[in-house]
Write a protein that binds this ligand. Structure first.
Ligand code: GRF
Length: 198
């Protein structure tokens, strides 16, 4: 399976996927890394590891639609099977989502459907939940609302702040993303809201 990794930031989830492929745990290859942020940490890592990198900052395009067309044409040219959103801070249009229906994965740092949207770890802490975690899901037109592929939970400690809770969740994100891609590679199906093994 050919993956495109889309990122805007430090790229630790991208690194976890790269390492899992290197260990032979995923029957997949990263065909291209796309970033809308020129100096993202993930871009640096991608270059060091010799991946094809496409930098597409939205400011260089006349509209949101033109920017997205550029991203889509990179994915098409790279014959990508799966689109991996790894801290990609752009909302995708319905057109984009439809072009890769059930082939776009996102990771969110909460146990969805709780705490969708920004600052999920802070939302969880402020709500007072005792169990937090992360979710890898297919992307649909709803905000963090697509069918769930993998979730992993962590305990919230009394002493936690946003930084410590985020760090504990992030460790699980790295495991969850690899598990989720492995499920997709193994042929899981979407039945209504449920993702079931093929
Ligand atoms: C992660 O917390 C992920 O859940 C969220 O964005 C962050 C990306 O981190 N969607 P990284 O760039 O993969 O380190």
């Amino acid at each position: 399976m050919r993956l495109a990794v889309l990122l805007s930031g430090r790229g630790s989830n991208f690194a976890a996927i790269h390492e899992a492929i290197g260990r032979g745990e995923l029957a997949a290859e990263i065909a291209v890394v796309v970033s809308n942020v020129r100096d993202a940490g993930g871009v640096q890592r991608a270059r060091e590891w010799g991946y094809r990198v496409e930098l597409l900052p939205q400011g260089e395009f006349e509209s949101r639609a033109r920017h997205e067309e550029a991203v889509l044409s990179v994915l098409l040219a790279a014959a990508v099977d799966l689109v991996i959103l790894a801290g990609y801070m752009r909302k995708l249009s319905p057109l984009f989502i439809d072009a890769y229906r059930n082939r776009i994965l996102n990771i969110h740092p909460s146990l969805l459907p709780a705490f969708a949207g920004v600052d999920a770890q802070r939302q969880a802490l402020e709500h007072g939940v005792k169990i937090a975690g992360c979710t890898v899901h297919f992307v649909d037109e709803t905000l963090d609302g697509g069918p769930i592929i993998v979730q992993r939970a962590v305990a919230v400690h009394d002493s936690d702040d946003v930084a410590s809770l985020s760090a504990r969740i992030l460790e699980q994100e790295h495991i969850a993303y690899v598990e989720a891609i492995a499920r997709v590679v193994a042929g899981c199906r979407v039945e209504g809201r449920r993702v079931v093994s093929g």
